[in-house]
Write a protein that binds this ligand. Sequence first.
Ligand SMILES: NC(=O)c1ccc[n+]([C@@H]2O[C@H](COP(=O)([O-])OP(=O)(O)OC[C@H]3O[C@@H](n4cnc5c(N)ncnc54)[C@H](OP(=O)(O)O)[C@@H]3O)[C@@H](O)[C@H]2O)c1
Length: 295
Amino acid sequence: MKILLTGATGQVGWELARTLMPVGEVVAVDRSQADLADLKALRAIIQQHQPDVIVNPAAYTAVDKAETERDLAFLINAEAPGVLAEEAKKIGALLVHYSTDYVFDGTKNALYTEEDSTNPINVYGQSKLAGEQTIQSVAGDYLILRTSWVYANRGNNFLKTILRLAAEREELKIVADQIGSPTWARLIAETTAHILRQTLLERQGGSFNSNVYHLTSSGDTSWHGFAQKIVEIIREQGKMALKNKAIHPIPTTDYPLPAKRPANSRLSTNRLEHQFGLTLPSWDNALRLCMQELD
Ligand SMILES: NC(=O)c1ccc[n+]([C@@H]2O[C@H](COP(=O)([O-])OP(=O)(O)OC[C@H]3O[C@@H](n4cnc5c(N)ncnc54)[C@H](OP(=O)(O)O)[C@@H]3O)[C@@H](O)[C@H]2O)c1
């Protein structure tokens, strides 16, 4: 079983390179070995390796920059996944691809299910939705896993930002009117490994159906609640000196950014939990475990 993994330097890719090891031989490639912006070279890599599975966490993830780099975002997030899907289909491989809560507009007053209509409100979300649609139109074997608010102890993410700011500043102002489920990159990778194992058995038995699944932690919070929990855990751990004394909730309108964000990013994971017999942990339990590994 050969697994070709893209984006090996990313938050999710780095974890996948480790957690997929018992599932098969992992060939992990980074941007220097497989540039998703070079579609011809991307085809050649797949033809060279002939994997049984392609796992694609690589993506253009600069949400604000995407507003002014639309073509590049679509090339990496929509056209490249289409090439992966086409090449996977040619060699009978399964494609595992990641997508985002930002395919929704955030106006629903409840958890989003996979059946809900998409309506992205920023270029990044549009490019990721186009990627999903391209993969679906190729109609090979695929799993599309939509996740949200990804963090890890490495890479650029909200956890790392708050750790830095809480050490430097007495007061922070954090957006409190966007809600979602912070999701540890390792949880995404480990859940992917379980899903992949079952999917490979289903494919052998001829009972596999391609589908879209939501993969996030359970429960939800705001960015403000996420920041408060991070600082609470740092205090409990006593590993780091903090200047921070207060975290003030602010509305999105007080923190304008180039790309709009959905107010409600909550995704229902019922389909995934039911199909694969899994239980996704609450976001704060996972955060605590992640932060135990901080130096
Ligand atoms: N981060 C989030 O909050 C979030 C939320 C929802 C969904 N997602 C989705 O989850 C997946 C994993 O995200 P993540 O948080 O792990 O992202 P990340 O940490 O930003 O990593 C992105 C990876 O993609 C690689 N990449 C970017 N452009 C590339 C190119 N042209 N060719 C090859 N590789 C390229 C990056 O390589 P370099 O290291 O060389 O830049 C990096 O390894 C993505 O599909 C993302 O859209 C993420």
